[in-house]
Design a protein around this ligand. Structure first.
Ligand SMILES: C[S@@+](CC[C@H](N)C(=O)[O-])C[C@H]1O[C@@H](n2cnc3c(N)ncnc32)[C@H](O)[C@@H]1O
Length: 296
């Protein structure tokens, strides 16, 4: 079979064939009459079979681009979503606006590590923070945790790949970080719920191949965000009784959620973190998807 014929087998054949041949797509279109070796054709057919069963392309190739960087992904991690790139922009904006060049930044539920690595990559670049002269060591320190050990192994590989220095810990929410204080916390925790899980539309077809504990949470998807807010509210209580440590508690916390959860997010923030100022932000599709909570 020629490349041209193979490309007609499936709409995702170009990306999968380029993966099998270890050549870019331009090569496929430049050499349409080239015959495929039997072994390569067999590999392509296996991938196409899996793809037609619903396997996400990213798990078949083991790669996903996020924020312009190539991330390794395995079925142990959620495939980074394009909408989450806006969350990285929101966090970066704080540092650009405040010209702050030293801070401790924590990513909870790091998965593939895409958020914290993209931040490290962007903020570690002296041009991205105006008051930082080139060559000056960044005072930003990066931390990440996840409840899944397997996910952390993937995140560690990605951090090494992109040369971002990150301190990783395993555990639930803030528990692995007892007695540690952060300036910024980002948490893209599982926020899917049952009705969403049972939805069998094309858009959600691949979800069954992703780690379920990365996607779904109890209480209509809000259980973990609520728990995180409760843990933060406890810190806040300690802080108000000890004014000297005021500067040490997270100034800003970012969470991602489903636009349909907006009202509940507002209620949880008002109930558990009344001292924090809540701001909601839209994703590129114009839907409310991110919240920042800032304490002054
Ligand atoms: C929606 S995924 C986000 C992954 C990654 N941050 C991203 O944006 O692509 C949620 C992540 O939270 C992790 N997780 C689930 N429950 C957790 C908990 N109680 N504490 C910390 N991490 C948790 C999952 O293992 C998963 O990696």
């Amino acid at each position: 079979m020629t490349i041209k014929e193979a490309l007609k087998l499936h709409e995702d054949a170009p990306i999968l064939l380029s993966f099998v041949l270890k050549k870019d797509k331009a090569f496929l279109f430049a050499c349409p009459e080239k015959k495929l070796r039997i072994r390569k054709l067999r590999s392509l057919r296996i991938l196409l079979k899996k793809r037609s069963l619903g396997w996400p392309v990213a798990y078949l190739t083991g790669h996903k681009e996020f924020y312009g960087l190539d991330f390794l992904v395995t079925p142990d991690v959620l495939i980074p979503r394009p909408e989450t790139e806006s969350l990285v922009d929101l966090v970066c904006a704080i540092f650009v606006r405040s010209q702050k060049s030293s801070a401790k930044i924590l990513d909870i539920g790091t998965g593939s590590g895409c958020i914290i690595i993209a931040l490290g990559n962007r903020l570690g670049d002296p041009k991205s923070i105006p008051d930082q002269s080139p060559g000056q060591g960044s005072g930003l320190r990066f931390f990440a945790s996840d409840i899944s050990k397997a996910a952390l192994r993937v995140a560690q590989k990605n951090a090494k790949r992109h040369k971002v220095k990150i301190t990783f810990k395993q555990g639930s929410l803030l528990l692995p970080w007892k007695n540690q204080r952060f300036d910024v916390i980002i948490a893209n925790l599982p926020y899917g719920w049952r009705a969403w899980k049972n939805n069998t539309s094309a858009e959600t077809k691949g979800l069954k191949f992703e780690p379920q504990n990365a996607l779904f949470a109890k209480k209509q998807g809000l259980e973990l965000i609520e728990k995180l807010f409760a843990q933060l509210s406890h810190l806040r209580g300690v802080r108000s009784s000890d004014r000297t440590t005021k500067q040490s508690y997270p100034k800003t916390v970012f969470v991602e959620f489903d636009p349909r959860q907006t009202l509940q997010i507002k209620k949880l923030a008002a109930k558990l973190l009344p001292e924090y100022k809540l701001n909601l932000f839209m994703d590129l599709a114009g839907k409310r998807r991110f919240a920042s909570l800032t304490v002054f």
